[in-house]
Design a protein around this ligand. Structure first.
Ligand code: TXA
Ligand code: MG
Length: 347
């Protein structure tokens, strides 16, 4: 997908705005970020206020190149260097022991700081012009779907939000992979744009999951990335059956499947039957835009086909599970509804 070309004057103005303590929304290859000068506590406070995000949730600091690591982190584990070499610039975030000068507002008071060198030419141009670290969470309101286009950012932050650099649609489409270290061993804190397999191939050893409760990651809250419309995940056959029965009962439903699956013949005409790519990278690129579009369409229910259990789909699976109502809750409600209808007196 071709990137737009950044306009040098727009970049210069955006960097000046950051220097003045302002916020700039900008594209990265993963999702759009809401950026501020990572060394300016007043500017950082504006990020939390704009997003409605609790101030103890840490932010990722974006850097122009790996040479700046030493200004932000200390005691860098050896495993960092091959990862940096292989994946920066790119959708990989590293959580490292913070340098003493890092403002606590960036780390949410934690002893570690999250760092990433993005690949998008707009982000790179902005970082080069600004010179320092840019703290940037995804440019959505807290708990909502991350924006993957400038239009989404405007929907999230409102028409009045000042500075948005429009670099087109984000080619990765889901957030960066976050790697932390426990006893200097890499752990996967958030699956994302770079797969666990790619990381393990570079390190030549398995990457563990974090020990429970070790590190707080807001993206690991169960209700993160949620559309407003109730979203259910089902394998293909029960999905098709449910789409038919819900739409027949008068509910406006959208059903999202992978690949070229024909629409069930018995479905009511109101059923919106949508096909997504059957490959994880292409699926990820469209995922948030699709959820956003369906959310805005005013459906009563979104049904999505579950994705394969293999490691290539891990990041997409993670986002879908957080966006969906838990299966247990779904089944319990069905059961309750059935009990109620059984208890209803027959005429
Ligand atoms: O792709 C991305 O990573 C995007 C783009 C804009 O770079 N950014 C992003 O930021 O997703 P945000 O704030 O929406 O998510 C960052 C995640 C959060 O889950 C946060 O808790 C975690 O990174 N994080 C940040 N600093 C951390 C730290 N010191 N320790 C553990 N987790 C941290
Ligand atoms: Mg986010």
């Amino acid at each position: 997908m071709p990137f737009h070309v950044p306009d040098p004057e727009a970049i210069r103005q955006a960097a000046a705005h950051l220097r003045d303590g302002g916020l700039v929304a900008f594209p990265t290859e993963t999702v759009y970020g809401l950026g501020a000068d990572a060394r300016n506590p007043a500017a950082l406070a504006r990020i939390f206020a704009t997003k409605g995000r609790p101030s103890d949730h840490p932010l990722i600091v974006h850097l122009h190149d790996a040479a700046q690591l030493r200004d932000w982190a200390r005691a860098v584990p050896a495993a960092v260097w091959p990862l940096v070499e292989a994946f920066w610039p790119g959708p990989l975030t590293l959580v490292l022991d913070r340098h003493a000068d890092v403002p606590t507002a960036v780390t949410g008071g934690q002893s570690r700081v999250a760092l990433r060198v993005p690949a998008h030419p707009f982000a790179r141009a902005l970082l080069a012009a600004f010179g320092g670290g840019i703290a940037a969470p995804s440019a959505n309101r807290f708990g909502r779907i991350s924006p993957t286009s400038a239009m989404h950012v405007r929907e999230e932050l409102g028409e009045d939000f000042g500075l948005i650099l429009d670099g087109g649609c984000c080619p990765v489409g889901i957030e960066s992979t976050i790697i932390g270290f426990e006893s200097r061993k890499p752990v996967l804190l958030r699956p994302g744009g770079i797969s666990r397999l790619q990381i393990e191939a570079v390190l030549g050893r398995p990457v563990a999951s974090p020990s429970l409760g070790a590190i707080r990651v807001s993206g690991s809250l169960p209700s993160h990335y949620a559309p407003r419309t109730r979203l259910e995940l089902w394998p293909l056959r029960p999905l098709a059956a449910r789409a038919v029965s819900l739409s027949a009962s008068g509910l406006r439903c959208a059903a999202v499947v992978r690949g070229d699956v024909p629409r069930p013949r018995q479905a009511a005409p109101t059923l919106d039957w949508i096909s997504m790519p059957d490959a994880p990278a292409a699926f990820a690129r469209e995922l948030y835009a699709t959820l956003r579009r369906l959310d805005a369409a005013g459906h009563d229910r979104l049904l999505m086909q579950t994705v394969p259990g293999d490691v290539g789909w891990q990041a997409v699976r993670d986002r879908l599970q957080r966006a969906a109502v838990p299966a247990a809750e779904e089944i319990e409600e069905e059961w309750r509804a059935r009990q109620e209808s059984n208890l209803r007196p027959t005429a």
